[in-house]
Design a protein. Structure first.
Length: 284
């Protein structure tokens, strides 16, 4: 049978119908299926240690594949810092680096998928990290990732405003001079005193809303609102433990970034896999 467009009215009606079905699928995906609210468990430092051990075990089980998938992290970080150093954005070099903590949960979705498959006894390779694209919840995952990206952009705008309000619009001629002014002048101290608490607020927002939300979306058809609310419930149930987890993540990212960001190729996979196992311990 020959396929034809038909008259404009019937063609337009058919296209509107298909668009409506697509919108309906996305809305269903974001809203999730009707199911009992996930049960939240109280977790402690022992759970963090166990999650990190399991994360290291996942890395050891497929280290070449995981590192191959994660090598983009130090490359992307190095590119961002290079741009900052060569585009009169020196004052944003540290905020860009710190922003890894804001986009990291979304960037590690492929690692969560690899841990999920290994937990199920399946063979795992770096290609499986991209299988998340075929997840029936990919729309909700992307929506949450875009939300975190918006927080990252807002953080950069805020960091730029803090610099302009404290150290002025004139950029020092070199990185060494900029660092000297930051550490030895009242304007630099003011920038640190204002910028660090604001950065902490952004980081806390992302931590609380993402500590289990991405793994939960991969694992169950709960929908975006329930995933985010469950993540907040986990943080509310075990606030000290989640705060400690945030410190562990921040410290690991700093250590990974010190040797020219090469260490991020190891740090990011361990944290990503550990996040999956932490989700398993925190959500019943």
């Amino acid at each position: 049978m020959t396929n034809t467009i038909g008259n404009p009215l019937s063609w337009g009606t058919r296209m509107l119908g298909e668009a409506g079905r697509d919108i309906g699928r996305v809305a269903h995906e974001l809203g999730g299926e009707a199911m009992p609210r996930p049960r939240v468990r109280r977790i402690g430092p022992a759970d963090l240690r166990a999650a990190l051990r399991d994360g290291v075990a996942d890395l050891a089980a497929s280290r070449s594949d995981v590192i191959a998938a994660a090598v983009i992290s130090p490359v992307a970080g190095a590119c961002l810092i290079w741009i900052a150093l060569h585009r009169d954005l020196l004052h944003l070099a540290f905020p860009l680096l710190a922003g890894f903590a804001l986009v990291g949960p979304a960037a590690a979705v492929g690692l969560y998928e690899m841990s999920r498959r290994r937990e199920a006894g399946q063979a795992v390779s770096w290609v499986d990290g991209f299988a998340v694209i075929a997840s029936p919840r990919i729309g909700a995952i992307l929506a949450l990732a875009l939300g975190h990206l918006a927080v990252f952009v807002l953080w950069l705008l805020t960091a730029n405003w803090v610099f302009l309000a404290t150290m002025g619009p004139t950029m020092p001629p070199s990185a060494a001079q900029f660092l000297r002014e930051v550490l030895t002048t009242p304007a630099g101290w003011a920038m640190i005193a204002i910028g660090l608490p604001l950065g902490f607020l952004f980081a806390a927002l992302v931590l609380v809303t993402s500590v289990v939300s991405f793994p939960l979306l991969l694992d169950r058809p709960v929908g975006l609102p329930v995933a985010v609310v469950t993540s907040v419930r986990v943080a509310r149930e075990s606030p000290a433990t989640i705060a400690l987890w945030g410190l562990v993540v921040a410290g690991a990212l700093v250590l990974g970034a010190l040797p020219f960001m090469v260490g991020l190729a190891l740090v990011m996979p361990v944290l990503g896999h550990a996040t999956w196992h932490l989700y398993r311990r925190a959500v019943g």
